[in-house]
Design a protein around this ligand. Structure first.
Ligand SMILES: [Zn+2]
Length: 222
């Protein structure tokens, strides 16, 4: 099986999981991956995840021009193009409108480190999940805001919109999208009972070291 076909199949699998796990409502969100030849595979615009097959996944060149596929790429393809261009380490992106993350994004406040899983989402030294400034969906401005605010982190919120998670594989990007949703849910709940005592940046570094000592715990199951 070709690299292209494997990646298309994996994108469809993860896109369906987005909905099964409550991270996507309707056709919101998208999943993309960088192919070995540098092109980008991404879910099509406005297609129900249940009806989607591997052949529906759109392939575009690294500059966004069409390469393969009968459909238009997701309206947020520009975010994928910008992130892949800026981050050679990133091979997959999951964008979601998951309920708690999107609620938090509506406040335009950074999510604080209410749980050590923050260590999976941000670079060493950072202790909050940041929020990219608002811009109209599907625009180059939103893509620029997303990539600038993401920096070297592994996830970012989009103000009044949703979240973006990046990783070295599609499955890992889904795992990070789930962790973003978990963190937003916990932060929201902690606020209801007076607020959390936060994990510090140093403690997050210690958690990250621990994850490296126990690599299996780096999986989305922790
Ligand atoms: Zn969106």
């Amino acid at each position: 099986m070709s690299d292209v076909q494997e990646v298309r199949t994996e994108i469809v699998r993860v896109a369906r999981l987005l909905r099964e796990r409550g991270l996507a409502i309707g056709t919101s969100g998208n999943v993309g991956a960088r192919l070995a030849d540098g092109r980008i595979a991404i879910t099509p615009s406005s297609m129900d995840y249940d009806e989607m097959t591997a052949g529906d996944i759109v392939i575009v060149e690294a500059d966004g021009s069409p390469s393969e596929g009968d459909h238009r790429p997701s309206s947020e393809v520009r975010i994928h193009l910008e992130v892949f261009a800026a981050r050679p380490d990133v091979r997959a992106i999951v964008h979601s409108h998951s309920p708690f993350a999107t609620t938090w994004a509506a406040t335009r406040r950074e999510i604080p480190a209410v749980h050590y899983v923050m260590a999976l989402l941000v670079r060493p030294g950072r202790d909050t999940l940041r929020v990219a400034p608002y811009a109209t969906f599907g625009t180059a401005e939103l893509a620029r805001n997303a990539v600038t605010t993401l920096g070297d982190d592994h996830a970012v919120l989009l103000a009044n919109h949703g979240a973006v998670a990046v990783a070295g594989s599609v499955a890992s990007a889904l795992g990070r999208a789930e962790r973003v949703e978990e963190l937003a849910m916990l932060a929201w709940r902690a606020e209801q009972i007076g607020g959390a005592t936060l994990v510090t940046a140093v403690e997050l570094d210690q958690a990250r070291n621990q994850m490296e000592r126990f690599p299996r715990q780096r999986s989305p199951s922790i």
